[in-house]
Structures are given as structure tokens and as C-alpha cells.
Design a protein around this ligand. Structure first.
Ligand code: SF4
Length: 496
């Protein structure tokens, strides 16, 4: 049978097994998972759930019988968790003849690229057989699968079950981009009530925040348009209005979530209900449905509902006067570094100008290399890659989104830049700040100048954002003695 013309049920029967059974018998990767909620659990379509349950697999393993990832069971003979269809003693799949497409594709995998924009077909290097000996046939096999995925049946099968496409994994080697599938899935994923977040939405955003009276000096920095807009080339954002409430959603590779609580003057609990109803209709029962940057005040209002709260890294809020002075023993080391920079360098500062873009982009690359050559963990390295797009967007569009920039020069060369915005008349948020790390004290000197400039314009507080869970950043931000680290929460709902 020609795979390119097979329908989805025929496809299930004709996909050849790439890895020989003898290799599978010696391996302990497939069907076993370290965490109970592993994102690698196989996804079953409704049809596949019907076939699996007909073979005796209890329906209770599927939170949504129209299609869902299977629930795992504790491994009775070792660590971790197992697919409930897996027999740990024999090492075999108990529903092998009707196992789902997700399993039949393996060790090929469908996944989003790192930016979540394109669907890719790749092969998983976690499969030891593939790691040791890449069969020449794999490319032919991948071509056949890609051909089927470009047929109407293939496109519809995946578009109806977009969670068959996993998140990006850097140990999966990319074989092909799948542009037809990308277009079909994207078209199906987007609710027609949603609008892409564009520059022209800045006033709408500001007016909704004002009307909802959500802006306070100690509100999260995320309650501002530029905070989100700079990330839109990496993570598509969409918004909608309903019942005079603005809902902002982000379309991540794992599904939709809200980077902000609903913004409206009406009852918050009702808006949160609406938000979860929408996200669950798009994401199914996936735990990706969540609302981020919920301040403590709102958490208290929402307590006692079906909401579950998880702490998120909070923003560091400082007294601007303390940071402008850096007086006293607490700030001895920061003050010494500022003094050293001032003593050893002639630094001038002036507002960022469009002509500075190329030099700032070059500085970002140099700074990123300097950070990579230090002690940067994997998470830090990933954040650094992602952040470049946000910085470029700030260089290009700062003035139109309410961001204000400053550059510092030594001998006419740009050695630091900073971009920020006013959250309220008294709180200045430092969104991006980059300083050449080879110049001792420069970063501290630039930060102090930022605080002095904000104070001269009426700031009482500096919001320096959160620490992204990075220990080095936490230590640096804590050393500046925040007046408070904001209590900020993520709301989730119990999945069935
Ligand atoms: S369905 Fe079968 S092949 Fe797929 S993970 Fe479960 S046991 Fe393994």
C-alpha cells in the first residue's frame, strides 16, 4: 500500500516498524517515563482510545475519550511510571496491534520548532538503536510519512488532534519541516474571536488596565503592554474582549495559556471561569491551561474556588532612593564597583536613537557570548537565545510601544543599553539591561544611572522584573536589598 494515499485507519496498519524487535527488547526507553505527568506520554485519538479499550484497557486512563494523553501507572518493578498498556514483565505492549499513531511513528516524532511556529518531523536520539546506527532507510521512511502528512487525510488527522505534535526537544534531530501541516494546524487552532496582538493594541491595553484599576505601584511589571509585546515574534499573543473584559492569550507549543489575569472591571471569578472554559476548549484537559502573573490581592479574591495556585517567581521591587545613593555597608560592593567603573572609564550616556540599533545588536551578541562562557545552566542558555528576538523588537519599536531606551558609551563605542517603562507615575520597570561584562563595574554603574534618572523623573520604586528562577540572577537581585519581592501566582485547574 502506498502510504501517501492511505487513510488514517489504513495508515495505522501499514506503518512499518523501523526498529527491529530484538533492539526494542534490550531497551528501556519506550513506554516508560520518569514523571507521572511526562509530556512524552503517548497521545491517543478518540478512535485509538476506542480500539485500546476494546482490547481491555480501562477508559479511566483517558481524561478525555475524544482524544488525550494516556494516564500513567507506577512502575511495579522499578522507578518511574509506565504506560498502562505496557507489561513490565514481558517488556511488551499489551495493545501492540492497535497501538496509537504516536507510538507507531516512534522513533520519528512530530514536534514544534523552538519558537513554536513550525511543525517538524525528526528522529529521537533517545532511542538507542537510532543513536548507534542510523539506518539508511530512515530518510526514505521519513519521506513516506511526510508525504502522508501532506495528504488531506494526514493533515486532518493531525489538525483534529494537534497534541500529536510535541514540544521542541533538542535531542530530536530534525529531518524535515512540514509547512502544509503547520498551516493547517495553525488555521484550526485559532478561535475566530481572537485577534493577534499588534502595535495598534497598545492604547486598548492601557485603557483596559486603567478601567480595571489594576495598576498600583506594586503591581507585577507584566501589567504593561511592552512587557508582552516584545515577545510576540517568539510567542504569538492574541486577545479578545467579552463582557467588557480583555483576555490576553499566548499560543505556546504546548497549548494556550494566559500570561495575565483577565483585565476588566467586572467580577474576577466570573472572568477566570470564562478564561478556563475557553482555554480548556482549545487545549482539552491539558494542564497547560493556566493564568500567570496573578497578584496576591487577586489570589485572595479567587481562593475557595476550583482554582489551584502555584507560586511564580515574583518581581523585585526596590526603593529608588536607596539604589540611586547606594549608601551604607549593605551596598559596599555595588558602590565599589560603580566607583571603579567611573575611575577607570569615561562613560557617557544619552537616549537611545534608531541609529544605535546595529551597535546594540552587536553588543547583545558579545554580551550573550560572555554569559555563555561563564557558568550558565541550560535554562539560562535557552533564555539567552529567546531574549535576542525581544531585544531586537525593542530596538526597532521602542518608541511606539512606550519603551524608553538609554545607551552608554566609552570612546564612542556603545558598551551598555537599557530599556524600561513607567508602570505607574511612581514605578519604573527595567525591562532590558545589557552591559559589556568585560568592563568591571559597568553593569552596576549603568543600573545606578537608570535609578538616578528614574528618580529625577518622579520614581519612588524600581521594578527589576523577576529572576526567571536563575540562581545567579536571584543572588544579584537579592544583593540590592529589595523592599519586597512580589507574591505572584499561577492559577491552574484540576484536570479530570
Ligand atoms: S501504547 Fe503500547 S507502544 Fe505505546 S507507549 Fe503504551 S505500551 Fe508503549
Amino acid at each position: 500500500m502506498d502510504l501517501a494515499t492511505a487513510d488514517s485507519s489504513q495508515m495505522l496498519n501499514v506503518l512499518p516498524q523501523l526498529v527491529p524487535g530484538s533492539a526494542c527488547a534490550q531497551c528501556d526507553v519506550c513506554c516508560r517515563f520518569p514523571e507521572v505527568d511526562s509530556f512524552l506520554r503517548p497521545y491517543f485519538t478518540g478512535q485509538e482510545i476506542g480500539a485500546a479499550t476494546a482490547q481491555g484497557m480501562p477508559e479511566s486512563f483517558f481524561p478525555d475519550t475524544s482524544g488525550s494523553q494516556v494516564g500513567l501507572v507506577k512502575n511495579p518493578v522499578g522507578d518511574g511510571y509506565l504506560c498502562p498498556a505496557f507489561d513490565a514483565e514481558s517488556g511488551r505492549c499489551g495493545i501492540y496491534e492497535v497501538r496509537p499513531l504516536d507510538c507507531r511513528l516512534y522513533p520519528l516524532a512530530l514536534m514544534w520548532d523552538a519558537s513554536g511556529r513550525d511543525v517538524l518531523l525528526g528522529w529521537d536520539t533517545k532511542c538507542p538503536f537510532m543513536r548507534d546506527a542510523i539506518p539508511g532507510t530512515i530518510h526514505d521512511h521519513a519521506e513516506s510519512i511526510a508525504d502522508w502528512l501532506a495528504t488531506e487525510t494526514g493533515l486532518e488527522t493531525i489538525a483534529a488532534h494537534p497534541r500529536l505534535i510535541g514540544r521542541f526537544q533538542d535531542d530530536v534531530i530534525v529531518l524535515k519541516q512540514l509547512p502544509h501541516l503547520t498551516a493547517r494546524v495553525r488555521a484550526r487552532r485559532v478561535d475566530p474571536r481572537l485577534h493577534p496582538l499588534t502595535l495598534s493594541d497598545a492604547p486598548r491595553f492601557a485603557s483596559a488596565l486603567n478601567q480595571a484599576q489594576m495598576l498600583r505601584d506594586d503591581a507585577p511589571a507584566a501589567f504593561a503592554f511592552p512587557y508582552h509585546y516584545v515577545w510576540t515574534s517568539l510567542l504569538p499573543y492574541r486577545w479578545m474582549e467579552s463582557d467588557r473584559t480583555l483576555f490576553l492569550f499566548a499560543d505556546s507549543p504546548d497549548g494556550w495559556f494566559m500570561p495575565l489575569p483577565p483585565i476588566g472591571a467586572g467580577p474576577l471569578a466570573h472572568a477566570v471561569e470564562q478564561a478556563f472554559a475557553m482555554m480548556q476548549s482549545w487545549n482539552g484537559p491539558s494542564p497547560v491551561s493556566r493564568i500567570e502573573h496573578v497578584p496576591e490581592l487577586q489570589r485572595r479574591l479567587l481562593e475557595g474556588d476550583r482554582n489551584q495556585f502555584r507560586r511564580k517567581e515574583g518581581d523585585y521591587l526596590y526603593s529608588v532612593a536607596a539604589l540611586a545613593d547606594l549608601a551604607g555597608d549593605h551596598y559596599k560592593s555595588q558602590r565599589a564597583l560603580c566607583n571603579r567603573a567611573a575611575r577607570e572609564q569615561t562613560i557617557s550616556i544619552r537616549p537611545y536613537h534608531a541609529d544605535d540599533q546595529a551597535d546594540c545588536a552587536q553588543l547583545y551578541r558579545r554580551w550573550a557570548d560572555q554569559k555563555r562562557s561563564g557558568a550558565l545552566d541550560q535554562m539560562g542558555a535557552l533564555l539567552l537565545e529567546d531574549a535576542q528576538a525581544a531585544h531586537v523588537r525593542a530596538f526597532r519599536e521602542h518608541a511606539r510601544i512606550g519603551l524608553s531606551g538609554t545607551v552608554a558609551r566609552i570612546n564612542e563605542e556603545i558598551v551598555a543599553y537599557t530599556f524600561g517603562y513607567w508602570l505607574t507615575a511612581h514605578t519604573w520597570c527595567v525591562l532590558l539591561e545589557v552591559a559589556d561584562r568585560s568592563i568591571p563595574g559597568l553593569a552596576q554603574w549603568v543600573f545606578r544611572e537608570t535609578c538616578r534618572s528614574a528618580m529625577a523623573q518622579g520614581a519612588l520604586h524600581i521594578n527589576a522584573m523577576d529572576d526567571a528562577g536563575l540562581p545567579g540572577l536571584r543572588a544579584t537581585k537579592s544583593a540590592y536589598r529589595p523592599s519586597i519581592v512580589l507574591d505572584t501566582w499561577i492559577i491552574t485547574r484540576m484536570t479530570a
